[in-house]
Every structure is written in structure tokens, then in C-alpha cells.
Ligand binder design. Sequence first.
Ligand code: BGC
Length: 746
Amino acid sequence: MNSTIEELVQSLTLEEKAGLCSGRDFWRTKAVERLGIPAMMMSDGPHGLRAQKPGSSLPNDSIEAVCYPAGCAAAASFDPTLTRRMGAALGREARAAGVQMVLGPAINIKRSPLCGRNFEYYSEDPFLAGELAAAFIQGVQGEGVAACPKHFAANNQETRRLTVDSRLDERTLHEIYLPAFETAVREGRPWSLMCSYNRVNGVYASEHRQLLTELLRDSWGFAGFTVSDWGAVNDRVQGLAAGLDLEMPGSGGVNDARLVEAVRSGALDEAVLDKAAARILNIVLRTADLARAPAENGAANGHALAVELAKESAVLLRNLGALPLHPGQKVAYIGAFAETPRFQGGGSSHVNTRGAVGALEAARRGGRTVQYVAGFPADRDQRDEPEFLRAVAAAESADVAVIFAGLPEFFESEGADRRHMRLPDCQNNLIARVAAVQKNTVVVLHTGAPVECPWAEDVSAVLCMYLAGEGVGEAADALLWGDANPAGRLPETWPLRLEDTPCYLDYPGDGVTADYREGVFVGYRWYDARRMAVRWPFGHGLSYTGFVYRDAALDRPTLTEDGEATLRVRIRNSGAVPGSEVVQLYVSDATGAPAPGGRAPQALRGFQKVRLEPGQECEICFTLTARDLSHYDERLHGWYAAPGRYELRLGHSSRDIRITVPLQFETQRFPPLTVDGTTPLGLLLADPRTAVTAQKLLDGRGGDGDGLMPPEAMAQMLDATPLRELTDCSAPDGLLAALRRDVDAS
Ligand code: BGC
């Protein structure tokens, strides 16, 4: 504890210390005026400031602010410099509004496309989510404002989100649901972190000592304070003891009194309360200094930035040639989203924005001639026959039909999960009809998560804007007409249908528990392991230009436990227009080592976005360590990579690998191996420590089953045979002892 903070804590009364650990109201901590401790103001959120209007206590009465691309879109940029810039812009706006803490980024993993809050979250992949989150945090905090990654942890559904018990095994928790938080903490160094509402394996996240203290602080080095999600406190005393510092929004003093009572009765060590108060004070004082020097005009140029970020975040999913549009073409815009685009989601992240310019208005402002027919409404699933037919006729008589489709607001929101993955029928039907009469049909999507696209093979092009913020219309206009080149990549798989998704049978659970039975097979890990066809794979995204990969090379053929290897590759823009490529690096374990719980065929371990002029070439390099090859091993309670061969796959998407480079890994570290009479021979043969001795045992036996069974079956029988069947396990100098010596020697 810093000495001034420590002194300050010592000057606080017990009641004041308890009071500091909960909010005064919905958005503020308590001031302690006699000691000059100011209140700290916080506000949502991840993609725009939702700061309460000064003097107002009405719910959702927030100041006007810039609405940047929501998490779903920002993640599609595959660009940490973009989330850093967004964070910095938010930080400046926050300072100008007197806000010291921004409640974001939201980084939970997208376990199912149905989660109502997926639009706020980044990805199905922990590596991508972590890198983007760390940069966002650095951006916000670079302005002197605290960031607050949320919601820790395993909060992947809205159904019964306040009480549901997420049940998952140790490996799945550590390999899929925690790493984004770990990277956010280790690289972003956030000054605060928000715990989630739900329980994790039976314990409320707000009381989870293993998560809030052992992992977060002791293992990852988190140095800020933890805050409850709004109303997530279950047992305040237990929560504080487990590592939950600040309760928001507060309990009207009830829980403060409980803390005081617990200290007085000896149930809670006062030193624990002191620590929590000190952690909060530390950030209150740190951010107060900058709050005294607010940024000028925080939202200046905010709209221009929102447009720029939206352009970088859109994903061109398909293009048989209808895009980009050309000035000489007769173009029909269809769908009410052209006029009133959907660009943000509902719930606590909702920004009171000045509004977005639709693509139709953007086209008009740019002097483009387009015909417009609404065709269907943006806010409901309702078919109006004459309007439907007018849209079909307009499409038929045009050179190109651009349909602006998407999910109405009430389809996806915080607080509720979707029940299906379909667009409204009125939209699907119109798209199918238009595609039947117009070969140059383009669909522009405004959704916060994947939808089923039954018409995908029948249209010429699909451009996904996700929920792109207030710059959506201007960005769509620039991308459709080729003034900007699409550069986004999918941060999640778009499956063919809901029934294909990894947790289809278990999501969202029975209302009491959510069993994560799919384990680590989330997102592309699932589709790849099952070799399933998908609509569009993770990492996918097209461009108006092409890229050539060449000369991939490692600086060494072998990586060791504490070493590093550098992989280089050259990328060239082989087309006629400037464009950005996202070079993706996937690692595949080809060691053949036994994989308890199964191994995903590949995992993203690096990505870099580069902008290249036509003909321009550059070199990209990735640095790899043992952790990049590792999976979480429950036997070690830690990360582990088996020795042997790995494949480094460089590609344009998870299913468009351009170059594969082998890498050998050497290690003397092994997971524990128990050798006793019940150990199957196969385990010993597969383990480098015991393989030689075990093979001797096998060689000594001779025989091939006397032709009773095929050799493969015989091999499997031997593989399964326990040691006690093969040797006298009680002999002190026997084989069992030799095998144990092998293991101990390593
Ligand atoms: C949400 C948080 C949000 C908080 C304050 C909660 O309901 O889950 O993400 O920051 O409200 O608005």
C-alpha cells in the first residue's frame, strides 16, 4: 500500500471505510469531505459514453455522446490500434464530462450466437478478444480515466443472468473463458475490473475468491479495484473477504452496516476492509487529478472518427462482382435500414447519440442517384404486399439492387437471449424474391450477431456492417461505392444454422445451471474439429483487392521452453486498389501427444493488419513462445505444450490458410504420470519418459495374437492392457520400479 493512501485509510473511521466500498448512488462513489476525498463518477460504456446528465436522477437520462462501433463491429476490425483510438476518444469524452471511470470493455466470449449481449462482446476467440481489450484499456487510461473490463467471468448468456450457475471444467474455464481477461489485465493494466452477476461452478462471481483474488491479483498481478456488476452482490461480507472491493450501485447503507458489524464482531478482519478501501482510494485520487483538468471538447471530431472506425469494421462476406457499385449504374436501395439503420444495441450500453445518417442520405449527400423503396419496416416483422411488390419491381428494373437488412431492435438486447437466429421473415422473403429477378443483388446487414442467411448462395454480394455506430450510413456508402475498401474480418463463425452451433443442446440451460458441455470446443474450434461446413468461417472477410503471401520462414527450426521463435512472411497487394490484409497465424498441435478432453485442430495465436498500396509488399513478423503452443492441462493446473511437431498456419482466414511452416518444440517438462498396476501400456508407450522401457516389455512378450485377431485390433488390445497384466507389479526390481525411475528422472 502506498504510504499516503495508507495514512489516509488510517484516518478514516470504520464507517467511512465501509462507506467507501459502496456507491453513493447509481454512478458515484462517496466523498469523504472532511479529508478532501472526492466522489468518483463512472458511466457506461464500451462504445460510447452514457454519462448521466448533470443534476438528473432519471434513469437513462444521459448526455449526448458519440456512438462508436459496438464491440461486435470493433472486433471485426481485427485492429488493436482501432480499439486503442476508440478508447482514447472515449477517455477524452469522459474527462470532458467529468467522468473518471468508463465501464468497458465488455469481453465475454461468444459461446452461442443467441446471447442477447453478443453485440457488445468481441469474439468467440479469447486471443482476439484479449488483444483488442488490452488496447482499448490503454487508450482510455492514457487519458487518465479508469477502464473497467467486464464481466468477470463465464457470463455468456442473458437468460437468468443474475443467478445462473455456469458449470464448466477447469480446462475450459482457463483455456476459453479466462484468457481474454488475463491479457486485458497483464497487457492493459486496468485500474478496475467488474465481476459478473452469475455463479461460476456454484459460487457467485462476486464472492469467488479463486477468481477475484488468487487468479486476478496473485497470479495476473491486477493492481486496481474490483467492482460488482450493478446489483451483483449476494453476501457483502463474504464478497469483500473474497476480493470484491466496491459494491455498485450501493445498498442504501444496509451492506455498509453489515461490513461494520462484521469487523466489530470479528467475523471480518479489518485489514481486509482497509485493503479494499485503499485500492478504491488509490484510483479515486489518481483519476481526480485529471478530472480537475478536463479535456477540451471531448467529442470534437467524434463523428468523423466514428465513420472511420465503422469503415474499418465492416466485413465483405461475399462478392461475385456486384460490388463496388459504379456511377453509371441504375441502383435501387431497398429496405428501411437504408433510411433508419440499426447501429447500436439495447441496454446499459445504449448511447444517447445525435443520430446516424442512413446510407440513403449519405448517397444523396454524395450526389449519387439511387432509387429507394422501403420494402419492409426496420422495427418489426411485417409484410405489406404492395410495398413488397414495389420493391421487387424496382429491383428488377435496376442494374443492381442493394437490400439493407438487419435485426429489429427488439430482437437482440441486454437482458434477453434470442430464441432463433433468423432475420424477420418479411426480410428473408423479400431478399429471396429480389435475388430471383436480379442477379446483381447486394445485401447489407445490420445485426449484432450472426443470422442464418438461407439466400446467401443466391445473391451476388453481402456486406456485414454489424452494429457500426453512428458512422454506419456514411461508412456503408463509402464501402458500397468503392471509396473505401472493406477491411474487416469475422471475429466469430457464421454457422449455416442454429442447430450446428456448439452448445445448441445446452443453451441457455434450465434456468438454474448452464452446463458448458461443449468444453473448449467453442466457435471455430468446434466447427473445425467436426469438419463442418459453415456459412462464413472465423477470420473471413473479402476485399476489392487481393493479397499474395510468400517467403514464410522461421528464424530457427526448434523452440525451447524459455525461448522465442520469430516467424516472418511477406505480403503483397496484388490488385489494383489500396487495401488492408489481416494476416492471421493459427497454431496446430501435430505432436500426436495424448490430449485429455480433446484438442482443437488449431487456435489463433497472432494477427496483424497491414494497409498496402497496389503492388506494395511488406514483411510481417510474429514472435512465438511456448505459451503460444500450449493448452491448459488440468494435471498441471497450468499451461503445457508437449514436445514434438507443431504447424504454424498463416492465412487470410481460419479456412483459407496460405502457408504452413513446421516448428519443433523441445521440452523436459511433462505432466505427472502415475505408474501402477492399473496404468495402460499405451500411456507408457506414448510418453517419451517411459516409451523405451515400455517398448522393451512389449518386445519381450513376442507373439501377435496367434492370428486370432487383426494386428490393428491386437495393437489396441495391448494399448489398453494394464501393467498388472504384463508384469509382476509386486517385484521390487521389476518393470514397475524401472518405469517409475524413468518418470522420476525427468
Ligand atoms: C450491466 C453492466 C453495466 C451496468 C451499469 C449492468 O446491468 O451488466 O454492463 O455496466 O449495468 O449500467
